[in-house]
Design a binder for this molecule. Structure first.
Ligand SMILES: NC(=O)c1ccc[n+]([C@@H]2O[C@H](COP(=O)([O-])OP(=O)(O)OC[C@H]3O[C@@H](n4cnc5c(N)ncnc54)[C@H](OP(=O)(O)O)[C@@H]3O)[C@@H](O)[C@H]2O)c1
Length: 259
């Protein structure tokens, strides 16, 4: 099984909070850990606590800024050995009521930036026969749910992309892993919104630290997919294995209730 070179140059997006911040604290073996996000102060506080870390402020929805980011890391430290596409955002609610600008920003971040960064660093990894990409998808990437139409679709892209890419890269020394968490206690919901006002059942919710540990564990082992947290794994697996007609039946009343 191919294992990612996590002892090399590791570029981690979305490191200023939540799952990304937790992963940063767990990536102790990285020679250089590059922390990427927009909030400089958060990154400075974190980087000061991690001997192997440095920070780069970047809005990943700007592809020219992405190019400057990668070129700068390459100039200072050499090639990126591992890319962790963790930065992401949600936009939850009835689709026609969502803010169009926020929707597009979400797609730019969850889909466009992740794709662009992967395309940018992969040729070098394949040439060196050494590398790894960890993509943070979501349980929504493996199934679907009303109020998460566009967010879920963006994560379905990440899941499909990750599986296909992993298969393409067989025998190249480059590994691709995806993590598909259920609810994780981070700032995610505050930014994504929660129009139903329903609380996530405590049993389903896991900590950012646990999510990071399980995601990195699967990546280290070279696995294709992980669904962190036992209860979330059971629920998401049930949704994933259910036929579409059954999901339609379950969700149909919910669609009407929300309007
Ligand atoms: N929390 C959950 O329930 C959950 C469940 C399944 C999957 N996920 C996925 O897990 C990943 C991490 O989310 P999280 O829960 O840790 O959320 P979070 O606490 O909101 O963290 C999101 C990170 O992305 C960064 N980010 C947002 N917009 C950016 C931009 N334009 N450019 C650069 N960085 C940007 C944020 O930093 P700045 O704001 O400083 O830029 C932050 O560091 C996401 O891909 C999310 O979709 C989360």
């Amino acid at each position: 099984m191919t294992q990612p070179p996590l002892n090399g140059v590791v570029l981690l997006t979305g490191a200023s909070s939540g799952i990304g911040e937790a992963m940063a604290r767990q990536l102790t073996e990285a020679r250089v850990l590059v922390l990427v996000a927009r909030r400089r102060e958060r990154l400075e506080v974190l980087a000061a606590q991690l001997p192997n870390a440095e920070l780069r402020v970047c809005d990943l929805t700007d592809l020219q800024a992405c190019e400057r980011l990668i070129a700068g890391v390459e100039a200072d430290h050499g090639a990126v050995d591992v890319l962790i596409n963790n930065a992401g955002m949600g936009d939850i609610g009835l689709f026609e009521q969502l803010d169009p600008d926020k929707l597009v920003r979400m797609l730019d971040l969850n889909v466009r930036a992740l794709t662009w960064l992967s395309r940018r660093v992969l040729p070098g990894m394949v040439e060196r026969r050494r590398g790894g990409i960890l993509n943070l998808s979501s349980g929504f990437g493996l199934t679907w749910m009303p109020v998460a139409s566009a967010y879920g679709a963006s994560k379905a892209y990440v899941s499909s992309f990750s599986e296909a890419l992993r298969t393409e890269l067989k025998g190249t020394g480059v590994v691709v892993t995806q993590s598909c968490p259920g609810p994780v206690a981070t700032e995610f919901e505050d930014k994504a919104g929660n129009p139903t006002g329903m609380q996530v059942p405590g049993l389903l919710l896991i900590s950012a630290e646990a999510c990071a540990r399980q995601s990195l564990g699967a990546f280290r082992a070279g696995r294709a997919l992980t669904i962190p947290g036992f209860v979330a794994w059971a629920v998401i697996s049930a949704g994933r294995l259910s036929p579409s007609w059954l999901l339609r039946l379950i969700y149909w009343p919910l669609g009407g209730l929300l309007r």
